[in-house]
Design a binder for this molecule. Structure first.
Ligand code: GDG
Length: 468
């Protein structure tokens, strides 16, 4: 079996005790790497002065080598905070209004991808499989090809691929699109994303479709398919069951004092629709006075990307909004929203999902959304909670039995909350069983195996017709 090389912006390195950070993606990739023997390369998270970038830091854990590179302060500003998080992220989440395109950042993005390629190059053996992850590293394969790399290289995009009109508003969209053609397999979260990508190729007028999921551009032929990412379904279900025994779980139950728990868990990000959700929750409380004092929304929102101004502003806005709703609707002995602005441990999170009667997963746009899947896996089959899910999350394509909402429709979402909380147990069980079946059939290990199977198999065939 060929060795697997995974490349991503950040690497989940094991700590001193050898424990890797928990989380489905890290676990799945680590198990694929361990099975074959493998290498994971990425940014160390450290930034240094231009002349202080040392050699790669190499770590080994069992069968896996980790290669970490520092970046310069300028690299981090232009590539990571700049083009990746202030152009690609907003564009792919349909927020043209937030995209701040600049030539310096764009040049930095391509320069850092060239730098990643130069760091990886000496480590590549002839039959290695290379799997690149996410929007930070789109041009990596093109850079490697330029250096003569002939290996099979795959790419998985964790975030949405936008509609052509949105994508083409980005000044360098031609370069971004054509650099993707250097891969052998392109993976998207949903069919919708893959179709948007195919439409972009067609609009650019350079692509040929050569069969289901096969495309040709110039002299390159590649596969572009959807591979919806999953979670470690069984493991997460077990984690949630066990959490019921912990002291945190018992304390939480006690503090709820019989009130129904509603839960929201999101990285603090404008794509997650947190402010619209709080508006919908306030509207629900006002339209259903009987529910007041009977429910509590626990919103867990770890900080992210605080160095990007939009994120810093949002941090203040959400805290103020939660405070305003609590002030307006709360009483001396009832706080409607418990807002936590930091990360909890994974077992604690699993237990809270299981305790909740309702999860609000209402992103305005999301590649997949793993919280939706984790919530379902964590439920108790006798008395499962309800998943209220945005139509604009990739997860909605698979989890059709969730209560699907349009998060821009605040009153519609408020009504859906009321319906969900009143849902009879038989209906909750039916919906949960159907969703759980989907999550078992496509867990993160299947996702990983399916992608790697396609990357390993040469699917070349002659193109037969133009994309139109
Ligand atoms: C990107 C795409 C796609 C959250 N709070 C805590 C915590 N979390 C964990 C969740 C979940 C993960 O973080 C978040 O994953 P999501 O999928 O919801 O969202 P993104 O971070 O935006 O991920 C997304 C994903 O990539 C994978 O392809 O689904 O669409 O945007 O696992 O549980 N974990 C802990 N404490 C917290 O407070 N331990």
């Amino acid at each position: 079996m060929s060795r697997l090389i995974v490349v991503s912006n950040r690497v989940p390195i094991p700590d001193e005790k050898g424990a890797a950070p928990a989380g489905g993606l890290a676990v799945a990739l680590q198990s694929a790497l361990a099975a074959r023997g493998g290498l994971w390369l990425g940014w160390s998270g450290e930034s240094r002065a231009d002349d202080a970038i040392g050699p790669l830091k190499m770590l080994r854990d069992g069968n896996i080598d980790y290669a970490l590179t520092d970046l310069t302060e300028r690299d981090v500003e232009e590539y990571y905070q700049g083009f990746a998080n202030r152009v690609l992220w907003p564009i792919c989440h349909y927020r043209l209004d937030l995209a701040e395109y600049g030539r310096r950042e764009m040049a930095g993005y391509f320069r850092v991808n060239r730098f990643f390629a130069s760091r990886l190059l000496p480590l590549i053996a002839d039959d290695d499989l290379i799997w690149v992850h996410d929007y930070h590293l789109i041009p990596l394969a093109a850079e490697l090809r330029r250096q003569g790399v002939k290996n099979r290289i795959g790419f998985f995009l964790h975030i949405p691929w936008p509609a052509p009109d949105v994508f083409m508003a980005m000044p360098v969209h031609e370069e971004i699109l054509s650099s993707l053609t250097a891969y052998d397999v392109l993976g998207f979260q949903t069919e919708h994303d893959r179709e948007n990508f195919a439409d972009c190729l067609a609009r650019q007028g350079t692509g040929m479709r050569s069969g289901p999921g096969r495309f040709s551009v110039g002299d390159r032929t590649f596969t572009a398919k959807s591979y919806p990412i999953g979670i470690e379904t069984e493991e997460f279900a077990t984690l949630a069951q066990r959490a019921a025994e912990t002291s945190l779980h018992k304390r939480m139950l006690q503090s709820l004092d019989g009130k129904g728990l509603i839960i929201g868990v999101d990285r603090l990000d404008y794509s997650k629709g947190i402010t619209q959700r709080i508006d919908a929750f306030e509207s629900f409380l006002k339209r259903n006075p009987d529910s007041q004092r009977n429910v509590t929304l626990l919103q867990i929102t770890p900080k992210s990307r605080s160095e990007v101004p939009e994120y810093e502003a949002m941090q203040r806005a959400v805290a103020e909004q939660a405070g305003r709703v609590n002030g307006a609707v709360g009483t001396v002995d009832w706080v409607p929203i418990r807002y936590i602005n930091r990360s909890l441990r994974r077992p604690a999170l699993a237990g809270l999902y299981r305790m909740a009667k309702l999860a609000l997963v209402t992103p305005l746009r999301d590649g997949m959304n793993l919280v939706a899947k984790e919530f379902v896996a964590a439920q108790n089959e006798i008395d499962p909670g309800v998943l209220l899910l945005s139509r604009f999350a990739g997860a909605a394509q698979e989890l059709q039995e969730a209560v699907l909402v349009n998060p821009y429709d605040v009153e519609g979402t408020a009504d859906a909350m009321a319906r969900s909380l009143a849902m009879p147990v038989e209906e909750r069980r039916d919906r949960w069983r159907a969703m759980m079946k989907t999550l078992r059939a496509n867990d993160v290990f299947t996702w990983c195996d399916t992608f790697l199977h396609d990357l390993t198999t040469d699917q070349s065939e002659r193109p037969t017709r133009w994309v139109d």
